[in-house]
Design a protein around this ligand. Structure first.
Ligand SMILES: NC(=O)c1ccc[n+]([C@@H]2O[C@H](COP(=O)([O-])OP(=O)(O)OC[C@H]3O[C@@H](n4cnc5c(N)ncnc54)[C@H](OP(=O)(O)O)[C@@H]3O)[C@@H](O)[C@H]2O)c1
Length: 291
């Protein structure tokens, strides 16, 4: 039995789908407010709970062989990105779990002081590596599925909002490829006890993204390039109303202000370990769009 947290998220729902296609038994940790009917139709066991509650994590972990931590947080990095994962790891040990897969983030080890999610991920990575469990820590760059709403907007308007440096490099990864990597991590020998950066096969400039959109729809993109200090202004203003959201924006700003890409060697290593070729962003988008 696999326990998947974040089972309704961009990565999690693809992981559940793939595991069910492979006829594996899956327990999907969802909230009552989550949209989980599709997971149920695929034959996943639905566990309703809240990752903010230790006792829910304890119950959900009973009798599972593998744990895949794929949940995220909007603004509560301490409770969700940190504490919930620590509890999952403790429960994995208590239940004799054979392999724990943790979705971290590219750059978790760079010490970004104002990005609570990055700090939580790094602390969890350390805790997991020292736990004695078999593990795989995956550090993805941006997910291609995040761009699906933007590409739909672009189809209508031809506009693309780009905040920060348009020349910053990124390696957007196909969310379907990432799901396959997650699932295969529990069986592939080369993935055991590894920390792996995960990106797509090409290093893109951020301005390449609207160009790809333009190519797909045969439309010249209009790029609205807003400077990073627009976020700083918003962050200061929000700080007066809600300090927690202000801190969460620190993670967002870090993502916009820095480069997140994998080297050619890192991608070659990933393809060798998992024995398949990663798809490009354009291929991913074309598969999802009916142009
Ligand atoms: N998105 C990216 O570009 C990216 C890049 C690198 C790393 N990552 C990491 O990858 C992981 C998954 O990201 P994603 O984009 O797939 O996530 P996502 O689409 O934002 O989904 C987040 C998931 O977490 C669940 N969740 C949030 N709070 C919860 C709670 N209190 N109790 C139970 N479940 C809760 C959500 O459930 P509901 O459906 O109920 O909201 C949802 O299933 C995260 O750890 C993220 O940090 C993401």
């Amino acid at each position: 039995m696999f326990l998947i947290t974040g089972a309704t998220g961009g990565i999690g729902r693809r992981v559940v789908r793939l595991l069910r296609q492979r006829e594996q038994s899956v327990r999907a940790f969802v909230r009552l407010t989550s949209r989980y009917s599709q997971l149920e139709h695929r034959g996943a066991e639905i566990f309703i709970g809240d990752l903010l509650e230790e006792k829910d994590i304890q119950k959900a972990s009973r009798g599972v062989k593998y744990i895949i931590s794929a949940h995220g947080s909007d603004s509560d990095a301490l409770s969700l990105d940190y504490r919930a994962n620590i509890e999952l790891i403790d429960q994995a040990k208590a239940n004799g779990v054979e392999h724990f897969v943790f979705i971290s983030v590219l750059g978790a080890d760079r010490g970004y002081e104002d990005a609570p999610v990055f700090k939580a991920k790094r602390a969890v990575e350390r805790y997991l590596s020292a736990s004695g469990l078999n593990y795989t820590i995956l550090r993805p760059s941006g997910l291609a599925s995040n761009l699906l709403p933007l590409v739909e907007q672009f189809r209508e308007t031809g506009l693309y909002l780009l905040i920060g440096d348009r020349k910053n490099r990124t390696s957007i990864v196909s969310t379907d490829d990432l799901a396959k990597i997650v699932v295969d991590s529990v069986t592939v020998e080369g993935a055991r006890n590894q920390i792996l950066p995960v990106g797509g096969p090409e290093i893109l400039l951020r301005e390449d993204i609207p160009r790809i959109f333009g190519r797909i729809f045969n439309k010249q993109p209009v790029i609205i390039n807003s400077p990073l200090f627009a976020i700083d202004g918003l962050q200061s203003a929000l700080g007066l109303i809600n300090p927690q959201i202000q801190k969460a924006l620190g993670t967002y700003r870090t993502l916009l202000a820095n480069e997140f890409f994998c080297t050619k060697d890192e991608i070659a290593n990933l393809e060798a370990i998992y024995n398949f070729q990663l798809e490009t962003l354009e291929t991913f988008l074309r598969r999802y769009l009916t142009v």
